[in-house]
Write a protein that binds this ligand. Structure first.
Ligand SMILES: [Fe+2]
Ligand SMILES: [Fe+2]
Length: 483
């Protein structure tokens, strides 16, 4: 069957890439499948594998009607391989090969590069499922529980998407890499996931909402730049993944927004004007805004590390080779070669944070990070609007890019959220004001009591404005059957 917008469900692996006619890849994927299910059963959402979850499944790549909703037991979710439609006239849009026809096969000279990019992207997908696997037990509502599981199954599908590329285009070493994607474990000392933020814990629901706001948004930026790739199957894969990714950021941003709404409402009812009166606010069974700020500081800074070094010859090579572009590459008005262009990079110069012009080619990571920061800032502004509307005097803000970094220019300095470079003593004295402390974690944990009654929500979070798939407020999003 040729590639279509409709998805073929007759094979074990739903797909729109004509797997039926590609026995080699179909067999390889069928061999990989049991290991995947095994991974899902041991590392996926714990305790809910036999519950019926109201999930959306991709059934088409037509943007107007790509998904359907129904009750599914997660291990029976139809993880499929879906690529956005192929455009015959598509070209390589940047770098040394600009103007050539987009590649349908991997160019030999860029094989290692492409494989590495695909493996790194692929590794993040199962990692987040692992990080989030215990959260179902403390879900603040069935609505939230369902959203968590939706994100989880889709991250599983994203893993499939990358594994398909490895099997289809990279032969034996592709198969080995696909197996390794099931062997690494988030946070494992011996075989950790590849990137730092994906080895951190997601211990509570506020972490989950911050993670989906900030770290899934890094995912969006990476997918956006891979969607520009001259390697067409990668581009098409990433374009379809982005439709799912939007929901993950929705879950995060509205999740934090609902926490804010509930906190402000409780403060108003209790007549508390001072948002910094943490003890008084916490007595109300809601999360104080300064703690939200600390959580945002943590997740934002960990996510910034995912962009790599500000100045990077790898990034320059990816770009020049046409394998990874910039955010919205085709909408940028320049030569798309960047041979003579410069780009301002924030750097540490003699102990001071300064903007320095660097060759734009080597500053590709910095540029993508800037686009990311601007995108994050819009989300924070929406949160601030909600605080303002509630009549509470407090503003959330993104910390400076030098704050709490482990990779790149600022990895060896301590800086305040305002961007002031600090000595070790000053940092140690104030760090608990800027990052979640043990006490903050204990408080949040104390609130993480399951709330699984239909239409009910935990004390610390407001209900959503509208239900998923326009369902009524008391809809049973998960029929819990605990294994
Ligand atoms: Fe993903
Ligand atoms: Fe995601």
């Amino acid at each position: 069957m040729p590639e279509t917008t409709h998805v073929d469900y007759s094979t074990k692996i739903p797909n729109n890439v004509g797997l039926m006619d590609d026995q080699r890849v179909l067999k390889a994927l069928e061999q990989w499948h049991p290991g995947y299910i095994d991974w899902w059963m041991t590392m996926g959402p714990e305790g809910f594998q036999t519950s019926d979850v109201y999930l959306r499944t991709a059934i088409s790549i037509d943007p107007k009607g790509w998904a359907k909703f129904d009750y599914v037991k997660m291990p029976e979710y139809r993880w499929g391989i879906l690529l956005a439609p192929r455009h015959e006239e598509r070209q390589v849009n940047f770098g040394a090969h600009r103007g050539e026809k987009a590649w349908q096969e991997v160019p030999g000279e860029y094989r290692a590069m492409l494989r590495r990019l695909i493996v790194i992207q692929g590794d993040t997908e199962p990692a987040s499922v692992e990080q989030q696997r215990f959260l179902g037990k403390t879900a603040p509502s069935l609505y939230d529980m369902r959203n968590l599981f939706q994100v989880n199954v889709e991250e599983g599908r994203h893993l499939w998407a990358m594994v398909y590329l490895l099997h289809k285009y990279f032969g034996k070493d592709g198969r080995e890499e696909a197996d390794e994607l099931l062997n690494r474990r988030s946070g494992d000392a011996d075989k950790p996931r590849m990137l730092g933020a994906f080895n951190e814990q997601t211990p509570d629901w506020l972490s989950f909402f911050m993670f989906t706001t900030f770290t899934d948004r890094d995912g969006k930026m990476q997918l956006e730049s891979l969607a520009q790739s001259g390697f067409d199957p990668l581009s098409r894969t990433c374009r379809f993944m982005l439709t799912e990714e939007a929901h993950h950021m929705f879950v995060g941003e509205t999740g934090v927004g609902r926490v804010i709404e509930r906190t402000c409402q409780a403060m108003k009812e209790a007549g508390i004007e001072d948002a910094d009166d943490i003890a008084a606010v916490r007595k109300l069974g809601v999360i104080d805004l300064p703690t939200l700020q600390k959580k945002a500081n943590l997740h934002f800074s960990l996510s910034l590390d995912l962009f790599g070094s500000e100045v990077s010859t790898n990034a320059a090579n990816y770009y020049n080779s046409g394998v990874k572009g910039r955010f919205q590459e085709t909408r940028i008005e320049d030569d798309h070669l960047l041979t003579n262009a410069t780009y301002p990079v924030s750097k540490l110069v003699h102990g001071q944070i300064k903007m320095v012009d660097e060759p734009a080619l080597t500053a590709i990571n910095m540029r993508l990070r800037d686009d990311y920061v601007a995108d994050c800032a819009k989300g924070v502004e929406r949160w601030n609007k909600a605080i303002e509307k509630a009549g509470v005097k407090y503003r959330l803000a993104l910390p400076h890019v030098a704050f709490h970094r482990h990779i790149g220019e600022f990895q060896n300095v301590k800086a305040s959220p305002g961007g002031e470079v600090l000595g070790d003593a000053a940092w140690a004295a104030q760090k608990d004001r800027w990052l979640p402390s043990k006490a903050d974690g204990d408080f949040i944990e104390s609130l993480m009591q399951p709330c699984w009654e239909r239409g009910q929500f935990a004390s610390w979070i407001a209900p959503p404005k509208v239900g998923i798939d326009n369902k009524a407020g008391d809809f049973e999003y998960v029929k819990i059957h605990q294994a």
